[in-house]
Design a protein around this ligand. Structure first.
Ligand SMILES: C[S@@+](CC[C@H](N)C(=O)[O-])C[C@H]1O[C@@H](n2cnc3c(N)ncnc32)[C@H](O)[C@@H]1O
Ligand SMILES: Nc1nc2[nH]cc(C(=O)O)c2c(=O)[nH]1
Ligand code: SF4
Ligand SMILES: [Mg+2]
Length: 246
């Protein structure tokens, strides 16, 4: 279930630059062409025991509540902002995450969900939440019907988090071939839900990704989105990759 736990700097989105503990879960039903996490679908769980050391100890599993809390307490630093549940797709394990969140809240920690939004019915309260809005070009041969269903579920997840009082924002990964007008429509749909930040995230190059968006495209997209969201649109490259951090 859990694939790794480590302390790092939030490299993406609204809370970029804040200190986090990341709890990463295995597996995801989607297969985004740019995904940087497929390789970690292995059996063991690796845990950083000293924050920032980059040194990991391997466990068969660390899913037990007491074990997880013990690891988190050890990784806690005075600058800690929140505990991120990410993946893979963390909501594959929604019941377990709900259990962890309750314990963490009782201990005074803040929780943060990083999800693709495909499971609106599994959404519960998190202090902070990032929902990825996927684009058709993120997939090889996804049909329009399947894509439309996914998009509707993503918006539903955002609305549910917003109504629960979570500080929720949306992220969209921009490719070299992304049509700015499509992103503008997403901004419009977000503005219909409420005061929600849209984070424009240029794709980071990896094995399957040869072209990245031009700076002009990023600025054009921000302007178009600003027509609906005003200044509630930001551009965040995956900062941790520039720093050589996890
Ligand atoms: C690995 S996903 C896990 C959480 C969830 N499955 C999701 O897609 O949001 C975490 C974040 O990394 C982003 N990401 C993964 N690979 C990327 C890449 N090559 N360039 C930019 N963002 C990337 C995803 O878009 C997502 O916002
Ligand atoms: N530093 C850092 N920040 C992140 N923000 C979201 C991440 C993720 O993989 O969900 C991530 C990650 O993998 N590393
Ligand atoms: S939804 Fe997230 S974890 Fe799943 S393939 Fe896409 S980026 Fe990777
Ligand atoms: Mg990541």
């Amino acid at each position: 279930m859990i694939s790794e736990i480590f302390s790092s700097i939030m490299g993406e989105g609204k809370f970029i630059g804040r200190r986090y503990i990341f709890v990463r879960f295995k597996g995801c039903p989607l297969n985004c062409i740019y995904c940087d996490e497929h390789v970690k679908d292995n059996l063991i769980c690796r845990v950083e025991e000293i924050p920032g050391s980059g040194e990991f100890k391997e466990y068969d599993d660390i899913n037990d509540n007491d074990k997880l809390i013990d690891v988190i307490n050890k990784l806690k630093t005075p600058d800690l902002f929140a505990i991120s549940f990410t993946g893979g797709e963390p909501l594959l394990y929604a019941d377990k995450i709900k259990e962890y969140s309750k314990i963490l809240h009782n201990l005074g920690y803040k929780t943060h969900l990083e999800s693709n939004g495909m499971y609106p019915d599994r959404i519960t309260f998190f202090d902070y939440a990032s929902i990825d809005i996927k684009l058709l070009e993120h997939f090889v041969n996804m049909d329009i019907e399947t894509y439309t269903k996914l998009y509707k579920n993503e918006l539903k997840s955002i609305k549910k988090l917003y109504d629960l009082g979570s500080d929720v924002y949306a992220k969209v990964v921009i490719m070299g071939n992304t049509n700015p007008k499509v992103v503008e429509n997403i901004a419009k749909d977000l503005s219909d839900i409420g005061d929600i930040m849209l984070c424009i995230q240029p794709v980071s190059s990896c094995l399957n990704i040869k072209t990245t968006p031009t700076n002009k495209k990023l600025l054009d997209i921000m302007e178009l989105c600003g027509a609906h969201l005003k200044d509630n649109v930001i551009c965040t490259s995956q900062m941790h990759k520039y720093l050589g951090m996890l």
